[in-house]
Design a protein around this ligand. Sequence first.
Ligand code: UD1
Length: 427
Amino acid sequence: MDQIRIIGGSPLSGTVTIQGSKNAALPMMAASLLQEGVCVLKGCPRIADVFCMEEILKTLGAVTYWEDNNLYLDCSHIRNFAVTTEYTKRMRSSIMLLGAVTGRMEKGCIGYPGGCVIGKRPIDMHLEVLKRLGAEILEEGGVLCADTGKKGFRGAEIVFEKSSVGATEQGILAGVCALGDTWLYHCAKEPEIYWLGEFLNQMGASVSGAGTDVIHIQGRKKLKGISFRIPPDRIVAGTYICAGAATRGKVILKNPPLQELEAFLKVYQKMGGQYKVNSGKLTTDSSRVGLPVPYLETDVFPGFPTDLQSQVLAVLTTAEGMSHIRETIFEDRFKAARELRKMGADIEVQGQDAWVRGRPYLTGTQVRAEELRGGAALVLAGLGAVGETIISGCSYITRGYEHICEDLAGLGGKIEGNTRKIYEGNI
Ligand code: UD1
């Protein structure tokens, strides 16, 4: 049963702990391949994308195990260099393994990546960065291979043509393995890149500037296994604040990644939300949420994150007046709008723009999640709606949320779904 069932209408209230960040954990898992010992990722989210990456590492020869939320990755005996399409189709970010595997084995192969369907999502920049660092890229029957030969990666200066989180991470991972210095310019500045730099530096690498425009890497340092705590997930944090907003409730985050939420919190205030920070906790009060946002555009960090666009869209469906959202990062990221309309939302989408005319309330019905964050948006809409909402396609949601039903039920939401059990077992 791939469904979440919600009876909407109760304002959420209470305290929630934010899971470890998916987008921080995944590149760290790839980075673990660069040492020949054990890395422990503490507070690692037990979600489908992490399980998928874990399976891939196992096929490469890693030995892995979990102790609660601590993931042990023993990469002493990596022996394979090919990641099959079976896994890469499931998760687009698996492309980031290409540089790491090649760095470790001198050759790496990977099936064309898949992942959430939110636009074209090309991988040209990933391949370009590996080429610039000295790899030959070959395509053999739908499989991409990077080959550096015995020389391995060699340091280079790379200017990214646009800001890409994944390509910047790829550049860092390969640069750490490269002989000499690598300079990366026009880098993405998302917090997960900063955290990857911290992780690698604790392993013994020399990465400076991660999280800024320019990153400098002195490659081929001897790396060792470490234990590292995954930071809280800024997107999950924003999603749960939006759950409070959709129900006009009061949600407290126990461990908010405050500095990473600035752009989001500004928008939250525009919608009428109020918050305060006390002893590291973030207390939000959404009782006055209901104002439209005349214009909001997604942007690279520190701008408003595309990964919270759908959730805010869901909240704005019941904010009286006209809101306008422009999506600037991905081409096809308004999929949730179609489903929200089934619940009575008044949303008009034209290309990269969505106009939302707030209604007094939405009405529960059957809807389908088609991608991760859009799926989360449907959960929020359901919590705020009148009556019963049944969401199918929940495997998208569990790719990123460890226990969304349990967390929201803990805040008083009438929500149930056995998503957690199903997907832990499946991947
Ligand atoms: C990462 C996040 C994702 C988030 C996104 C933007 C992970 C696992 N995923 O995805 O949750 O939504 O950042 O913050 O961290 N592009 C190219 N060529 C490339 C690579 C990207 O043209 O080779 C384009 C993309 O199509 C997109 C833009 O660059 O338009 C940004 O994508 P990118 O920052 O790379 O996103 P991801 O790393 O895939």
